[in-house]
Unconditional design. Structure first.
Length: 253
């Protein structure tokens, strides 16, 4: 009889305190959010959409071709949009709580980092949110690892060998650095610059990660990495908790 009572008590404790991966927002006590995701069909964006949906949030996934958005969910809307068009941004951000931007590319074959989509996207979204005023949604921008420091004051971007680097990749890297520099001068819009590690993996979602600042986070083997699925966990955690407002944070194991 004593063992039976202990078993029942243990079962009750587990039911009260265990929250598994992919728990809905209602299960964890988080407020249901309206989240707009640019780059929803990208390698990071698909995980962000899935993570937000699994937590019970309302997600609007944006693509220039919405037919590429393959997820099906009652809380998901797939829409057409253009991050380069401020009128489109103004329409889609209306009524949202959080805007997550995870885009990349360069306009045409430009060799000017000012034409990096990441840089233009940041300024376009900030312009729209600034015009909306106090009721504007938050911006969470997915930055680039090259904006991290390898030592105080020295960016990883400045240590990358550019001799054999594709020119469009070089422009994307510089565009992400410029995006962070621009955001750091913005004090009238609620922004966050979320920085991935140097290496992404295709590993499963564990829900485990560490948060850093301007410098690389290294694991016990000297690696700077995280799975895309766990990076998405960090992004939605930030959307829910709002811990890094008008700041940059980095993510790694």
């Amino acid at each position: 009889m004593l063992n039976l009572r202990r078993s029942r008590c243990l079962a009750i404790v587990l039911l009260l305190f265990y929250v598994g991966p992919g728990s809905a927002a209602g299960d964890t006590g988080a407020e249901q959010l309206k989240i707009l995701v640019y780059g929803a069909t990208g390698k990071i964006g698909v995980h962000v959409v899935d993570e937000a949906l699994n937590r019970g949030h309302l997600v609007t996934a944006v693509s220039r071709d919405p037919s590429r958005i393959t997820q099906k969910h009652e809380n998901l809307s797939a829409v057409q949009g253009d991050i380069l068009d401020q009128a489109s941004i103004a329409d889609l951000t209306n009524g949202q709580d959080v805007v997550i931007v995870s885009v990349r590319g360069v306009i045409g074959k430009s060799k000017d980092p000012h034409d990096a989509v990441q840089r233009i996207a940041v300024e376009n979204v900030v312009d729209v949110l600034r015009a909306r005023g106090d009721g504007a949604p938050r911006l969470i921008h997915v930055g680039g690892a090259a904006s991290l420091e390898v030592e105080p004051g020295v960016l990883y971007a400045r240590r990358l060998p550019k001799l054999f680097m594709p020119k469009n990749l070089e422009m994307e890297i510089e565009g992400q650095v410029m995006a962070l520099e621009y955001l750091r001068g913005v004090n009238d819009v609620n922004w966050t610059y979320a920085t991935p590690p140097k290496n992404f993996t295709n590993g499963k979602r564990t829900g485990v990660y560490r948060i850093g600042g301007d410098q690389f986070l290294l694991d016990s083997l000297g690696r700077n990495r995280v799975s895309r699925a766990d990076f998405a966990v960090a992004l939605i955690d930030e959307a829910e908790n709002m811990e890094y407002q008008q700041r940059r944070f980095s993510v790694a194991y």
